[in-house]
Ligand binder design. Sequence first.
Ligand code: GRF
Length: 213
Amino acid sequence: MTPVPVAVLVSGGGTNLQALLDALRDSPVARVARVVASDAGAGALERARRAGVPTVVLTDPEDPAEVVTATGDAPLVVLAGYLKRIPPAAVAQLRWRVINIHPALLPAFGGPGMYGRRVHEAVLASGVTLSGATVHYVDEEYDRGPIIAQWPVPVRPDDTPETLAARVLAVEHRLLPQMVLELARLGVPQRPVRLSSKGSAFVTGDKLAVEIE
Ligand code: GRF
């Protein structure tokens, strides 16, 4: 099997990119083929260079043609801390091939402006006792595309945005590579799939055993 090329889009420090680079390094299933940044200052670019992965910096993230070209025909495109909107014309061309990781249990605590620390602040302010990570398809609306899988993380009474963010991020680093590998194994289906554990999109337990729904 030739590994499925994966394009990873980044804007920030790139710890999720690093998790993908580490998990896919010797994988026969998928490989990080290129890293596309919305910003030349993204720390993630350095991680890509260190791993010997080609990088592209977008001149205009609003230009659908540029975005599509930058993905280099990779069958799977992963937003890993990518803060720009994918232009609708690019979403249409890449339908069911673009996935995102979000640091909360969507559809709660998502949408425009809900990123980084703000997500965890909102979770804590709401009083919910459960947060988590969500991997979902990207469609025309921020954080609204069909959910692929979620991993719950309990909110502790003494949590701060930082402690909660750190616990969710640790889960993201496990969930995202696993979902990329599962989608690649399935040949990146041209319809939305939900990857489930024990009959729900919630991944439970410490060992990720995922099946398709
Ligand atoms: C993660 O929390 C991810 O869920 C969100 O942005 C953050 C990116 O962190 N979309 P990093 O750049 O991968 O470290």
